[in-house]
Design a binder for this molecule. Sequence first.
Ligand code: HEM
Length: 124
Amino acid sequence: HHKMTPFEIIGEEKLSELVDRFYELVSNDLELSPVFPEDLTETARKQKQFLTQFLGGPPLYSEEHGHPMLRARHMPFPITPKRAQAWLACMDTALSETSMDQAVKDYLYDRLTHTAQHMINTKE
Ligand code: HEM
């Protein structure tokens, strides 16, 4: 007997769709686009790896990049409370546009809310 992980419930294809839509929204967000690279291909690839393991799937991110240490990896970028809100708003929109189990969406959004909060490293 195996309890399905959130990653298994969502599936690789839907997760990939979600991340691609998310970064499309990020690139069009006036608050967020200045801190991100222009080409988000590599960013999206890493985020797919990260979210796969974050949701109980295989540890793709750690295998390639080592321990996530997300807060430390975000220190080069000024992350204000307003930017954290903008990040979450893009994720909320991307989730609303992607069809997947609602309970899993709520679970993911809730966890990301905490992670985003933790990334804030500067005042407005
Ligand atoms: C990388 C911004 C929140 C996961 C990055 C990068 C930026 C950024 C500018 C570098 C992109 C690149 O060089 O390719 C932000 C902002 C956030 C935020 C403004 C607002 C709170 C989060 C959250 C997560 C996350 C909540 C958790 C899912 C990642 C990952 C990377 C990344 C996995 C790739 C790290 C690497 O280079 O290996 N983020 N981020 N970020 N972010 Fe965020």
